[in-house]
Design a protein around this ligand. Sequence first.
Ligand code: BGC
Length: 751
Amino acid sequence: MKYKSLLFGVTLAVLATACGKSPQTPKTDIPVYLDDNQPIEARVEDAFQRMTLDEKIAMVHAQSKFSSPGVPRLGIPEVWCTDGPHGIRTEVLWDEWEQAGWTNDSITAFPALSGLASTWDRDLSRLYGKSIGEEARYRNKSVLLGPGVNIYRFPLNGRNFEYMGEDPYLAGEMVVPYIEGVQANGVAVCVKHYALNNSEINRHIANTIVDDRTLYEIYLPAFKAAVQKGHAWSVMAAYNLYNNEHLCSNEVLLDKILRGEWGFDGVVISDWGGVHNTLQTARHGVDLEYGSWTDGLTMGKTNAYDNYYLAEPYKAAIGKGEIGTAELDARVKRILRMIFRTTMDRNRPFGSQTSPEHYAAARKIGAESIVLLKNDGDVLPLAAHPKRILVVGENAVKMMTVGGGSSSLKAKLEVSPLDGIKARYPDAEVVWERGYVGDVGGDYNGVSTGQDLRESRNPATLIADAVKAAREADYVIFIGGLNKAPQQDSEGEDRIQYGLPYGQDAVIEALAAATDKFVVVNISGNAVAMPWADKVPAIVQDWYLGTQAGNSLADVLSGDVNPSGHLPFTIPVSYDKNPVQTERQYPGTPRRSLIDGMPVLDMEYTEGIYVGYRWYDLHGGVLYPFGHGLSYTSFAFGEPRLDKQSMTENGSLTVTVPVTNTGAKTGATVVQLYITDVEASVDRPAKELKGFAKVMLEPGQKADVSFTIDKDALSFFDAAKHEWTAEKGSFQALVAASAQDIRGAVEFELR
Ligand code: BGC
């Protein structure tokens, strides 16, 4: 800026001399809000002072499906949002969900966040954030609607694939680098869905009843980390209710906790259509209202954007004195702050789209996310030169970047598992058999996969054909699981069964009986029942991996990449083992009263803090535990040791464990640290994850892995005192390869 002003001054001087006049003082008085040498807060204040009431009102609600106004008169740009969280959504029509039909908005589809979480790798999360942030920036977006960190409460939630698993510490650690990576591009994240949005059906009317301790220990930590450690510039308020108020106008969660206790200075954006009233929202709710209705242009005044709760009704309420302007002013300043952090940051980079780097990042993250659940007899990796590979299953060919709700994408490239395997084994005969018929659809809001998956054979014939082909193959790889169709892994509805749909169990059983060289690949964002687990030698948990899905899978099956993914959730043996069992817990019990003119269901989180392994540690029923993941090599953990036997409240303590690669291949494992409170005055889980590290070791290589913990790792939330408390006494530090594979323990005292 200074440089520009100087040049301007020189030019003026030259012009003035040429005209025979004496040089004038250069004009340097640009407004403070446009001067990027000024601190953001000064710019916010200056811009704010120049705005009229109408301009302020315009700024707090949408003007189209995904945008809201800036201040055109002052040159302050609009806010443009995009889904999120796995790639940049296709451009939609101004006022519709339908795609606009642009031809330059095909993007890189990155792995689903359930996959990112299963890498347990903070660096890969940063790479993910950086890459998707660059795509958002290239497309000129101000806000990326993601990442999602709602806790995986039970395996039927249709959106678990968009979240980061069952453990608040894991989700909190993984979300921070993602945020930093995105925001380094001058694009705000919008961390969603704040909070307690742990299932989909009835999401607009479900009122969560949860005790404070559970709220603070399980459902809030990842959001808190996003705000306080990741410095997220925006947060999305969820659809559901808590404490009898919709989240978009929730006094406790928004005002008291998010803005109050955590000091959040960014923008709270409503989930699309999540606002239901003017006054309560104006007093305590979101800063920015989106999606309240969708057809403002065709329906005229009744459904126009001016009629949003935070539009003319808000202005009228101010006019009538029902509410003052202080809340509006605070809102506008928060939005201005976000605009200065993003679009008005002249130094932000320009971004990029579908670059080779993004494809490489998607492939690497994908490969490192895949979890080897079982590998008896070392069926995997596949031999170097197999002659004939039979691939069975719809998910081997189905394009799954389309569908699933708002995270649906228009990917420029999607390599299917079958194509990935074919590309990796060009000399082998790779044959595909359908096996079962799942979802033959492939359209979402006008984006189409163009695949024709219709099938005329009946289930018995499909199985018979697959079994016949299996007898002639060196390897049989079944690739099935869930998909993005309604009632699978998809927004707006939940799964209706824990078991695999479409009769896949019968296909797997038949193939298992026909061959020993058999691998089952389950693609899903949720745990599924695996009643055949004992009968198949190798099981792989795969995810919706996007553009590079097939290449990432082939990398792992072939052994080009040694698997190092670890489960971010528990796979229980059967649905009746999971913590959510009663109607009271889910889907909830209807009430008589209305809230915001809508019926309400109470959904009680009676399982309390016993979510995920915290529950299974008490009740059993685990098929594959949280944190589990095998490798093509093996790792030995030595005795853990402490740097001291006790710590004080303000001190810290370091646990170190030597880890050795005892196998023949280079590979990575995830060393996990769990803490047990040996003596406590309250119920505490048997253990809680408080540290993890991914270490890559060559054969024979040994490394010391250290974790330094402080009081936070020992604390529980004391609801009566409303504070985190660590009680003096004994604790255990467990080093582990999964929640059920504890390799060593050391005891210490908090003095
Ligand atoms: C979803 C959000 C999404 C928004 C905009 C909502 O239905 O819950 O996650 O960001 O739509 O598409």
